[in-house]
Design a protein around this ligand. Structure first.
Ligand code: PAF
Length: 282
């Protein structure tokens, strides 16, 4: 596994692989790697000949400077983990100056899927995600790029960008990886206090239980009950819970409106925002 810090070296290594007829897998990350990331990289390695993992805490997607400052940065541990448990070929770990030698002023069309939920709560976040992901796609020309379904809305936004900008690649959505107690694995879990970490599995427990409630309750009634039951734990506070169509992310008033219904939640656990989701039907 080679560590590459510059765009020029990344492009030339990928060009060699493409010239040799290899398929290219890309796993974009912000580091602080965990089992969820490893599952993406392992899948990429099983489906592609040459795999690039990017590790870059992208400043343009943080709408809160404190969040950017405290985001965990663990590059040497990340590299050790990747070389010990995957067959990734390249770790691309650039500086912010390498990626943004001049400010990126591009504005992406986030109409629809990018305007709701995280799009509403974190202005500028998805535009920043599109800025970095589109750059990575341009550098690497991947055959496939791998993203975790924990960030359900992010995948929808990236698929829209791929469609709008006519990128020729396949986006591969990979299932959420959970701890044994049900909490979705996330780099932000490391920032939880022991008390908030102990409370956090309640989120998935309530979402899981809510699958039963859909038999008797409308989406809005399920929403109200989910919010109440999560908030019953005094260490957790729901920022939003929305039951949406899994493709358009439009709010559902009735279960009959779609064959693909997903509930997306963001919960404040102390100073940490946790996100999760549950598929009601697909
Ligand atoms: O999901 C993430 O970790 C980031 O949003 C991504 C896709 C790596 C872009 O910085």
């Amino acid at each position: 596994m080679t560590i590459v810090n510059t765009v020029d070296e990344l492009k030339s290594r990928v060009a060699e692989a493409i010239a040799a007829g290899q398929t290219i897998g890309l796993v974009p990350t912000m580091g602080a790697l965990h089992e969820g990331h490893l599952s993406l990289v392992q899948r990429a390695c099983s489906e592609c000949d040459f795999v690039v993992v990017s590790i870059f805490v992208n400043p343009t997607q943080f709408n809160n400077p404190e969040d950017l400052r405290t985001y965990p940065r663990t590059l040497s541990a990340d590299v050790a983990l990747l070389s010990g448990s995957t067959d990734a070929d390249i770790v691309f770990a650039p500086t912010a100056e390498e990626i943004y030698p001049t400010p990126d002023t591009r504005q992406f069309d986030l109409t629809g899927v990018g305007e709701v939920m995280e799009g509403k709560q974190r202005p500028g976040h998805f535009n920043g995600v599109c800025q970095i992901v589109s750059k990575l796609f341009a550098y690497v020309s991947p055959t496939r790029a791998y993203f975790g379904e924990k960030d359900f809305q992010q995948i929808a936004v990236i698929k829209k960008m791929v469609h709008d900008l006519d990128f020729k690649l396949q986006i591969v959505d990979c299932p959420i990886v959970r701890h044994a107690d049900g909490l979705a694995v996330s780099s932000r879990n490391a920032l939880l206090t022991p008390e908030h970490r102990a409370a956090a599995p309640h989120i998935h427990a309530v979402l899981q239980a809510s699958i039963d409630w859909m038999k008797n309750l409308s989406p809005d009634e399920v929403t109200a009950r989910v919010v109440k039951e999560i908030d019953d734990n005094k260490l957790l506070k729901v920022e939003y819970y929305e039951i949406v169509d899994g493709l358009s992310l439009r709010h559902l008033s009735s279960w009959d409106e779609t064959s693909y219904a997903v509930g997306c939640v963001t919960v404040q656990a102390g100073n940490v925002r946790l996100i999760d989701n549950i598929i009601y039907k697909k």
